[in-house]
Design a binder for this molecule. Structure first.
Ligand SMILES: Nc1ncnc2c1ncn2[C@@H]1O[C@H](COP(=O)(O)OP(=O)(O)OP(=O)(O)O)[C@@H](O)[C@H]1O
Ligand SMILES: [Mg+2]
Length: 269
């Protein structure tokens, strides 16, 4: 999958200029993290990847096709968007119905649905909760229900909007396994997150949004080495990275092991 944005702007009907001209290409299957402070334009950006929002000006192409050529329902087969707030997405009375709704809408056969449901219930750890009402699930389970419902449609790309929000350590590990499993299946995962440890542990590329623009885009180590620019976007690197930067270590590190190696290398110099 290839998502390409050319000079893309988005102005809300209220007059808020949420995106001020974004040029961006995301392609292949390497997961990409989108980061930046509250109100930077992250959600507005990714909602253009399957046509939930349309550009005010500029263009969005999905595998070379202009986003405006198809309806959001049609694009949802290609690119799935998991809402930031589960209550914006869940509306049926059981987890199973939530999982089967989208696939039925796009005409998947019952055999395909059953096969996909087995995979999704397993990676989302909801096998024993399929007949429960989504609103009786815990916050974490609810989030995985929304994630599962989108993976059920087997889209080529999946966007997670703040999946780490409210997650415990176990939830974050599960998310990381889901991102890995989807990559193995040849899917492209794009994830918005405020959890910098989650981002540096699981992603090789980060796009940093700031005030409606892409401030930085590149390899994680490269992005987190730009200390001054990051301050502008109010993104704070993980604690171990900041300690290393404070200690004047040249390498941008994300683990204690890497920190010790860089520290030792500096000491020997
Ligand atoms: N429906 C809307 N109508 C008007 N303005 C909006 C709407 N949604 C977002 N905005 C404005 O657009 C800008 C970008 O918002 P957006 O939700 O894309 O940011 P975000 O980076 O996802 O923030 P957060 O981290 O809080 O989720 C903000 O100034 C916001 O107030
Ligand atoms: Mg948002």
């Amino acid at each position: 999958m290839r998502i390409e944005l050319k000079g893309m702007k988005h102005v809300y009907p209220t007059g808020d200029e949420a995106l001020k001209g974004v040029d961006l290409v995301i392609e292949g299957t390497e997961p990409v993290a989108v980061i930046g402070q509250n109100g930077a334009g992250k959600t507005t950006l990714v909602k253009h990847f399957n046509g939930i929002l349309r550009p005010t000006s500029g263009q969005v192409f999905i595998d070379g096709e202009d986003i405006n050529n198809r309806s959001t329902a049609q694009w949802s087969k290609e690119v799935g968007y998991v809402f930031q707030n589960p209550d914006d997405q869940l509306f049926l009375e059981t987890v199973r119905k939530e999982f089967e709704f989208g696939p039925k809408q796009i005409g998947m056969t019952q055999a395909e649905i059953d096969k996909q449901l087995e995979f999704v219930a397993d990676i989302c750890n909801l096998k024993d909760k399929l007949d429960m009402h989504p609103f009786d699930l815990t916050g974490t389970e609810k989030k995985f229900c929304t994630i599962g419902a989108i993976i059920m449609m087997n889209p080529k790309a999946i966007i997670f909007d703040e999946p780490t929000c409210g997650q415990d350590v176990e939830g974050n590990k599960r998310l990381c396994r889901i991102v890995e499993a989807l990559k193995e299946k040849g899917k492209l995962c794009i994830t918005i997150s405020h959890d910098m440890k989650f981002v540096t542990d699981n992603f090789k590329r980060a796009v940093v949004m700031c005030k409606g623009e892409v401030l930085l885009d590149g390899e994680i180590a490269e992005v987190f080495s730009k200390v001054e620019l990051l301050k502008k976007s109010f993104v704070s690197p993980p604690p171990i990275t900041r300690v290393a930067q404070g200690a004047g270590l040249e390498k941008t590190v994300f683990s204690t092991k890497a920190f010790m190696e860089a520290f030792e290398a500096k000491r020997r110099k």
